[in-house]
Design a protein around this ligand. Sequence first.
Ligand code: MG
Length: 392
Amino acid sequence: MVKNIAILGSTGSIGKNALKVIDALGSSYRVAALSAHSNIQLLAEQIRRYEPGFVAVTNPDYGKNLRESIDELKTEIMLGPDGLVEIAQLDEVDTVIAAVVGSAGLPAILAAAKSGKQLAIANKEPLVIAGQLLMNLANQNNSTILPVDSEHSAIFQAMQSGSREEVNKIILTASGGPFRKETAENIKNVSLEQTLAHPTWEMGPKITVDSATMMNKAFEVIEAHWLFDMPTEKIDVLIHPESIVHSLVEFVDGSIIAQLGEPDMCLPIQYALTYPRRVAGIARPLRLDKIGSLRFEKPNLEIFRALKLGFEVAQKGGTAAVVFNAANEAAVEEFLAGRINFVNIIELIEDCLNKHDAKTTLSLEDIFEADSWARREVAANIKHTTQNAGTN
Ligand code: MG
């Protein structure tokens, strides 16, 4: 049977890797729909190569000229954010790979869950800010959520060796970022340049900063909490500088099952597509003899306050996680622009969470409202601080 796939965000790094994986999987996997925001040139190339029935261009200004560049092809083009929601629920689509940056893909992801699609989720925001809403919708409509984030894919894979009731806890691994050896005192003075030098994974600037603050792992705790219906007491984080063990599951009998592999997103993408089967693909097998040793250590939660906060936010649920995510996005933007210091990122987030009156029941409106509240709050806070600094 052919599996028809929609890739939301096909011109980004996950989207491009997903197409590579589909190429290697052969003719039982078909590209049925694609979407892009602004990289129309690459989207047109992808359309000519894969001939999907449908594409969505979320920024309508960029989509206007697409018709001309693919003239003879029958692909239906849908413009604007609604187009994304439409391709996510097409009858022709079995599996949706959601790889749209940030929270922009959320309405489409919820629509896919409502239509009972298999949903492979690659970015963190959907589960972080709308985990409860998304999992409820998926459960009600028999939609399977398949993690593509490497740690969650590892946990999902390890979980196949026992029943849900036999799981004692899950252990997320973290590279620890560039500052895993820093003291609380030293971390106050780290520069933007030092922050952007990540030891193992090569990623965009926002995610690299999130890895240095360990915010990334805090988000993954929240993701795991919803995805695997796991209370925070049963989630652990271990620093593992080699980034080879992608995560582990401890079962009630004391056995720990881990998933290992090269740091390469193609493997988790492929497993999400072929699950519950395993097939030969493009991922290179790991050479453990070349790696030699694997280290694990406990993260220092006094230094990595974001991680500590992540556990609290996961427990609180509701709009707290929305504020956590949005305040971080706003603060990281300020840091990347050179307007605040590294430690100010977590201070701004903490301040924002302290002022926030969290709602427990969630709708998309609540999510977007809490999101813009947090961004306004961070902006106001920075303005206030720089004004004060100016008068001193
Ligand atoms: Mg990850």
